[in-house]
Design a protein around this ligand. Structure first.
Ligand code: HEC
Length: 271
């Protein structure tokens, strides 16, 4: 039921955006949620696909299958929706290209195993891959897609603006600089710019995000993981289309070509 409601609202959004020509959705999604300079949780990326079943372990049945990346790749091969514009050979090629983007997408989280209560420590998230132009990173308490919460929910505080190192190895301040006025810069959800993928030469972008965290004052074990949000289709020449001068995935807004991938879930002991 919720899904039907979701699909209905999605259709409405897409229609609205078509009606508006260069609608706000067209600016917000493929290309990243660039106007939403705030925290987010992975449930919001309702039309991204999950890269593995573990992040959907609370779900059963057909809905779970629909949310997996394998379903997106199967839709390309079957030529549903916009994929019918491609020949069978092109569809197989696009499916192989998307698979290659997924196989090369990586996210890892580096945190100390033990910290003193109330002390500051660094949490580093390394990413590789994504179609570009951007990727997204968040720090969460659990690796369950529809129920994970920002780590602040466990009293792990983010102190100051996280340091973002872009694919060129340089510090990026573009995202924090888009925060309004003097709003705090200690964001949990970050967009990293300058992402490119070259499937022919097997080259993918690497990024680093270093969060400065402050441990809770209550001793105990706290779980933490990173979510990585990225696109796939735009990496392939067959999966890119120009709409109003913007590069869009061939599948469109809701063909589930975006992805959600989690790092390993780590435990930090606060003493
Ligand atoms: C209406 C469906 C939809 C929703 C909802 C959605 N996305 Fe996406 N997202 C997409 C599509 C489509 C792409 C591009 C995928 C591709 O290139 O194949 C994308 C790509 C991205 C990218 C990478 C940029 C790119 O173009 O490759 C990020 C980061 C992202 N989304 C974050 C989010 C976040 C955060 C949310 C929740 C606030 C969200 N998305 C909600 C459809 C959606």
């Amino acid at each position: 039921m919720r899904y039907i409601y979701f699909k209905a609202s999605l259709t409405l959004l897409v229609l609205l955006s078509v009606a508006l020509g260069r609608g706000s959705i067209a600016r917000a999604y493929p290309g990243g949620p660039l106007q939403d300079v705030t925290d987010a949780a992975p449930y919001c990326a309702g039309c991204h696909s999950s890269t593995d079943e573990n992040q959907l372990r609370d779900m059963q049945g057909p809905r779970k299958q629909q949310m997996l990346a394998s379903k997106h790749i199967a839709a390309i091969k079957a030529g549903t929706g916009n994929y019918s514009k491609l020949t069978p050979d092109q569809r197989n090629q696009l499916a192989a290209d998307v698979q290659k983007v997924d196989d090369n997408a990586k996210v890892s989280l580096h945190v100390p195993a033990v910290v003193g209560r109330g002390t500051d420590f660094a949490a580093r998230v390394d990413t590789q891959g994504g179609s570009g132009p951007v990727v997204g990173v968040m720090l969460l308490d659990e690796d369950l897609r529809n129920q994970a919460r920002a780590i602040e929910a466990e009293n792990l505080a983010i102190v100051g603006a996280p340091e973002v190192i872009g694919p060129d190895g340089k510090r990026q301040e573009q995202w924090e600089a888009s925060r309004y006025d003097d709003f705090p810069r200690n964001l949990n959800f970050l967009v990293v710019f300058g992402i490119k993928a070259d499937l022919a030469t097997n080259q993918f972008s690497n990024t680093k995000v270093v969060y400065n965290l402050s441990a809770p004052t209550k001793p105990g074990k706290y779980t933490i993981c990173a979510a990585f949000l990225y696109g796939t289709e735009k990496a392939s020449p067959l999966g890119r289309v120009e709409v109003h001068g913007r590069t869009m995935p061939l599948g469109g807004f809701d063909a589930t070509s975006g992805r959600i991938k989690f790092s390993e879930l780590k435990t930090i002991e606060v003493r």
